[in-house]
Design a protein around this ligand. Structure first.
Ligand SMILES: Cc1cc2nc3c(=O)[nH]c(=O)nc-3n(C[C@H](O)[C@H](O)[C@H](O)COP(=O)(O)OP(=O)(O)OC[C@H]3O[C@@H](n4cnc5c(N)ncnc54)[C@H](O)[C@@H]3O)c2cc1C
Ligand code: SF4
Length: 485
């Protein structure tokens, strides 16, 4: 245990400082400042090393949180990263981007603010990179088996790293020009700079993973060809089909899916010249949908110099404290203030969008009404309509599932009723030797779940190829709830 009296001496959370808003919206760099080591150690020292560490169960990866809190507190950074890497291939991604369901199940959270687990995690991996403690772990021998992983988001990267390390020859196919999936072109640099992805890819290359960028499986090469060429194929193509809002005025100029805004914006930050890039400079922006994607559009619009940004959510504003039906240690739905929300903009709840209005084919506003709940349905309340002026609308309404991309026709893998690629309890589709991991099988989720599924699917592939496996399987395809007693 770290400090036996730590939780009595330090009763407050101290979270990572963020750069001042007027400064940070002038650039695209991460919003966080480094935290002072003493403060971090004091937080790690609050960990009670509980007999039953509920945080293990709260984290889909089963991260060994009390162990590395203790090691971090004792200044044993090299041992701490060894324990952290034991369950998490990419703590620099989760340490920056995870909503930290572990903290919701921290036992201290029953009567005190939870330990700042996510920050301890990111400090351990950042220190490890700085000190050269992260090195490639190539396999001792090769098995002679080959695996194609399609998609290079966190799920595909986790599958590939696990399988490469046990000696399989793994090739990652990615249709984009660079590796990373949503980590690369979805999530803006102000949440995570891309150097984090680049150095992991270098580590993986040194371990032996091969990367084939600019190859769209389904068209440049068929799924059938991959299945014939490799002993196993893993679909890790994400859930990329955006949910639309087919209401009057949808065809007006100025209404875009969020990813049509975020992807070019990320590319521009990476130094690319983008033709006809959507730019919010001087515009009135309305974002429909209050999730992560909406927040990323908000932060991007501020950095572009938007005149105003309004986020509309159809539902009620979540509470700032746990509701009674979501008791500890469940992961509650709470009113979240992400870094982008601190930077400005208006957040409106109970707002049902009924029509896009415009002139001469161009968007000029969004007609909204108050949401009312009738027989459990969310409906616009008659007589409450008003128009919010808008030059640009970003639809951030979630995703409806995986792109078919020839999966069904070429390799006969079935989709389930929710638009995801169907799989059995071992991540295998109905086609032998073809597996699915991450958002493609689960639906749009979180990075921590993508890594956990990637690790578990790798174990399933290894067992399929070799008859047994030493790889861990932290989650089953059906696991959903987090830390429910
Ligand atoms: C804007 C946005 C912000 C988000 N922010 C957060 C956050 O802050 N924290 C968090 O935990 N989660 C966040 N998420 C969710 C998280 O990013 C995803 O759950 C996670 O990336 C899923 O990983 P994945 O590997 O399954 O798929 P993806 O990351 O989507 O990667 C799939 C990859 O497959 C490639 N691909 C698709 N089809 C083909 C094909 N036919 N051939 C070759 N390649 C193909 C794609 O180009 C892509 O690179 C966010 C999501 C979005 C959209
Ligand atoms: S990966 Fe997420 S849930 Fe797991 S320990 Fe880190 S912050 Fe917590």
């Amino acid at each position: 245990m770290a400090d036996p009296r730590g939780f009595l001496k330090v009763r407050q959370r101290e979270t990572q400082p963020r750069r001042p808003v007027p400064v940070r919206i002038m650039d695209w760099k991460e919003v966080y400042e480094a935290q002072e080591k003493g403060t971090l150690k004091a937080q790690a020292g609050r960990c009670m090393d509980c007999g039953i560490p509920f945080c293990h169960q709260g984290c889909p990866l089963g991260n060994l949180i009390p162990e590395w809190n203790d090691l971090m507190w004792r200044d044993k950074g090299e041992e701490a990263i060894e324990r952290l890497h034991a369950t998490n291939n990419f703590p620099e991604f989760t340490g920056r981007l995870c909503p930290a369901p572990c903290e919701a199940s921290c036992v201290l959270g029953i009567n005190q603010p939870a330990v700042t687990i996510k920050q301890v995690e990111v400090s351990i991996i950042d220190e490890a990179w700085d000190n050269g403690w992260v090195s490639p772990l190539p396999p001792a021998r090769l098995t002679g088996k080959t695996v194609a992983v399609v998609g290079s988001g966190p799920a595909g990267l986790a599958v590939a790293q696990q399988l490469t390390r046990v000696g399989h020859t793994v090739a990652v196919y990615e249709r984009d020009d660079k590796i990373g999936g949503l980590l690369r072109y979805g999530i803006p640099d102000f949440k995570m700079e891309k150097e984090q992805v680049d150095r992991r890819v270098e580590q993986m290359k040194a371990e032996g993973t091969r990367f084939r960028t600019g190859v769209a499986v389904g068209s440049d090469v068929t799924w059938e060809q991959l299945r014939r060429r490799y002993d196993a194929v893993v679909i890790a193509t994400g859930a990329t089909v955006p949910r639309d809002l087919p209401i009057p005025g949808r065809d007006l100029d100025g209404i875009h899916f969020a990813m049509d805004y975020l992807v070019p914006a990320n590319r521009a930050v990476a130094g690319e010249t983008i033709e006809n890039q959507i730019n919010a400079h001087g515009k009135h922006v309305v974002i429909l949908g209050g999730g992560d994607t909406g927040a990323d559009c908000l932060g991007t619009a501020h950095r572009h110099g938007a005149a105003s940004v309004t986020t509309l959510a159809i539902g009620k504003q979540p509470p700032s404290e746990r509701a009674s039906h979501q008791p500890w240690p469940t992961f509650p739905t709470l009113f979240e203030v992400a870094s982008a929300h601190e930077e400005g903009g208006e957040r409106t709840y109970l707002a049902s969008t009924v029509e896009f209005v415009g002139e001469n084919g161009k968007l000029t506003g969004v007609k909204v009404a108050e949401t009312e709940f009738v027989d459990g349905k969310r409906l616009p309340k008659a007589g409450t309509e008003r128009i919010i002026p808008a030059d640009l609308v970003f639809l951030s309404l979630g995703f409806t599932g995986a792109e078919p991309a020839g999966i069904a026709e070429q390799v006969h893998a079935e989709f389930d009723g929710r638009g995801n690629v169907a799989r059995d309890g071992y991540y295998m589709t109905n086609t032998e030797g073809v597996f699915v991991a991450g958002d493609a099988g689960r639906g749009q989720s979180l990075i921590v779940w993508a890594i956990a599924e990637g690790r578990a699917a790798a174990a399933a592939v290894d067992k399929y190829l070799m008859g047994s496996t030493i790889l861990p399987a932290p989650v089953a395809p059906t696991d959903r709830a987090i830390a429910v007693l």
